[in-house]
Design a protein around this ligand. Structure first.
Ligand SMILES: [Ca+2]
Ligand SMILES: [Ca+2]
Ligand SMILES: [Ca+2]
Length: 286
């Protein structure tokens, strides 16, 4: 009787009935994440005896219309390994580490496939699909930098202006406040290396998402450069005795305003215009 029990127990431990399987599933679909590791956990189960638990190998590969590639996984390689079970537990998980990033991508899919089950097991549901759901959009946003109108845009003789002074709008995370001489913010060859303008013209400011080459709408700053006008010619006058004289002057710029003063250093303007008719009582420089 005791011997018969031992034989039965041996048979029980050493054989696997037809239909005892190891399976993976269900599928997993979660957001990619923006940095570090995003864990995809796949459940693996078996339906045989605790005393005869199987193990199996697994591999990962890209699948579907937008297959994941090796760079989508931590370590830059498709994960592979072996799954086994804690004692007396018929369920465990395979952990697949996906790399989070900020790159705009389609939803990408991969397949986890079991193989080589041990202890005489068969494969039941041999594979499961992981979907890395895109969670990225252009970080530059949809609002142009607002312009500060109190900062001058006209300059005399020299321009050396930090364009960043023209906006106080907070810069969206993972974007850069960028200036270009091109109204199309995506022509990155025309982006200024910094933010200092030294020549007159139109400058277009926007937030730029370098990784995804996308930008917010633009705001335009127009800088003008004026040369300080000079006096290019004068017409003196003279008379004998007190009375009115007619003085003349010509400026280098037709738009310049001529002011007349009693001193070379300025002061209170005595008159304006290319012609000036003061009344003098003595020799007077004007
Ligand atoms: Ca992401
Ligand atoms: Ca990615
Ligand atoms: Ca991404």
């Amino acid at each position: 009787m005791f011997k018969g029990l031992l034989v039965s127990l041996f048979l029980f431990l050493g054989t696997v009935a037809q239909g005892q399987t190891i399976s993976i599933g269900p599928d997993v679909a979660i957001n990619e994440g923006n940095s570090g590791t995003t864990i995809f956990s796949f459940t693996v189960t078996y339906n045989g005896s605790f005393l005869n638990a199987p193990s199996a190998k697994y591999t990962v590969s890209g699948t579907g219309a937008n297959p994941a590639d090796a760079s989508d996984f931590v370590g830059g390689a498709f994960p592979t390994g072996e799954v086994s079970f804690p004692i007396f537990i018929n369920s465990t998980t395979i952990t697949i580490n996906v790399s989070g990033d900020l790159l705009i991508e389609p939803d990408e899919t991969f397949i986890v496939t079991l193989s080589d089950p041990t202890n005489g097991y068969f494969l039941g549901n041999a594979s499961a699909i992981g979907t890395i759901i895109n969670d990225d959009a252009c970080t530059a946003g949809t609002t142009a930098p607002a312009l500060v109108t109190t900062v001058p845009t006209s300059f005399c003789d020299v321009i050396n202006q930090n364009l960043n002074d023209y906006t106080n709008t907070p810069i969206p995370d993972n974007s850069v406040l960028t200036w270009s001489t091109n109204s199309d913010p995506l022509v990155d060859a025309d982006h200024l290396m910094g933010s200092i303008a030294t020549v007159e013209g139109d400058y277009y400011g926007f937030f730029y998402d370098t990784l995804n080459n996308c930008a917010s709408p633009t705001s335009t700053v127009s800088l003008t450069l004026n040369a300080t006008p000079t006096i290019t010619d004068t017409t003196p006058d003279s008379r004998c005795g007190p009375g009115e004289v007619t003085l003349g002057a010509i400026a280098s710029s037709g738009t310049a305003t001529l002011n007349w003063y009693a001193a070379a250093t300025g002061g209170t303007s005595l008159g304006t215009g290319v012609s000036f008719n003061p009344t003098i009582t003595a020799t007077t420089p004007l």
